[in-house]
Design a protein around this ligand. Structure first.
Ligand SMILES: O=C(CO)[C@@H](O)[C@H](O)COP(=O)(O)O
Ligand SMILES: [Co+2]
Length: 228
C-alpha cells in the first residue's frame, strides 16, 4: 500500500467561474495536486453550481490534472456515468441522501473507473462510514455545512478526523471548509492528508506560497508521526 501523502486540492467554488479554465490552470501551475470541483444541485444544498457538461469542457482543456468532484446532490447515482465520461477520477458523494444504498453507489462508482470518496456533513456521525471503508478510497469530513465557500472552520469536527486516522492509518482523509493557514495545524495533527481550500488559496496574493505551506504542514505531521 502506498504511504500517505499530503495533497492540496483547491476548490474553485469562489473563483471567477467565467474564467474557470484560466483559474484552474493558474492553481495547477501554482502547485495544486488536484482540483476539487464542487457540484451542487440546489436540493441537497441550498446552492447551485455546475454539472458534468462544464466538467467535461474543463477536461477538454486540461488533459492531465486529477479531478475530484464533490457531489453535493440528492441523487448521486444519477451522475456517476456522466461524470466518469467527463473525465473525473474521483467521485466523492454525500452518504446522507443514500443511507440505504451506499454500498451500491460505491460499487457503481468503482465500476465506472473512478475512485470513491464518502462525504460526511457535520451532523453525521463518523461511525456511519465504518461498514463502507473497504468500498471507499477516501473519507471527506466536512468542516462547514456544505453549500457555500468562505464559511468558518468547525474545529469540533477534528475528533472525527482523529477517529478515522486511529482506526484506518492508511486511509486518505480529506477536510473541506474554512481550511487555510490559520486552521491547517489542527487538520494535519488530527490526521487529514488531503486538504481542500477555497477562499484561502483563491484570494491569496501568493497562491503558490499558500499551497506550499499547507502541503508542508501536512507532510511534516505525516513524517513526524504528528498524526493521531
Ligand atoms: O464544499 C464546499 C462548500 O460546500 C467547499 O469545497 C468550499 O467551497 C471550500 O471553500 P472554503 O471554505 O475553503 O472557502
Ligand atoms: Co467541497
Amino acid at each position: 500500500m502506498a504511504p500517505l501523502s499530503a495533497r492540496i486540492g483547491p476548490s474553485i467554488l469562489n473563483a471567477d467561474l467565467s474564467q474557470l479554465h484560466e483559474e484552474s490552470e493558474k492553481l495547477l501551475a501554482n502547485g495544486a495536486d488536484y482540483l476539487h470541483l464542487d457540484v451542487m444541485d440546489g436540493t441537497f444544498v441550498p446552492n447551485l453550481t455546475f454539472g458534468h457538461p462544464v466538467v467535461k469542457c474543463l477536461r477538454n482543456k486540461i488533459k492531465d490534472a486529477f479531478f475530484e468532484t464533490h457531489m453535493m446532490v440528492q441523487h448521486p447515482q444519477q451522475w456517476i456515468e456522466p461524470m466518469a465520461d467527463a473525465g473525473v477520477q474521483q467521485y466523492t458523494f454525500h452518504i446522507e441522501p443514500v443511507l440505504d444504498s451506499v454500498a451500491d453507489v460505491c460499487r457503481k462508482v468503482r465500476e465506472s473507473g473512478m475512485k470513491v470518496g464518502l462525504a460526511l456533513k457535520p451532523g453525521t456521525a463518523v461511525e456511519a462510514v465504518q461498514q463502507y471503508i473497504d468500498s471507499a478510497d477516501m473519507v471527506l469530513v466536512m468542516t462547514v455545512e456544505p453549500g457555500f465557500g468562505g464559511q468558518k472552520f468547525m474545529a469540533d469536527m477534528m475528533p472525527k478526523v482523529q477517529w478515522l486516522r486511529e482506526h484506518y492509518p492508511a486511509l486518505d482523509i480529506e477536510v473541506d471548509g474554512g481550511v487555510g493557514p490559520a486552521t491547517i495545524e489542527q487538520c494535519s495533527k488530527a490526521g487529514a492528508n488531503m486538504i481542500v481550500a477555497g477562499t484561502a488559496i483563491i484570494r491569496a496574493d501568493d497562491q503558490a506560497a499558500v499551497i506550499r505551506d499547507l502541503r508542508s504542514a501536512v507532510q511534516s505531521a505525516i513524517n513526524h508521526g504528528g498524526q493521531c
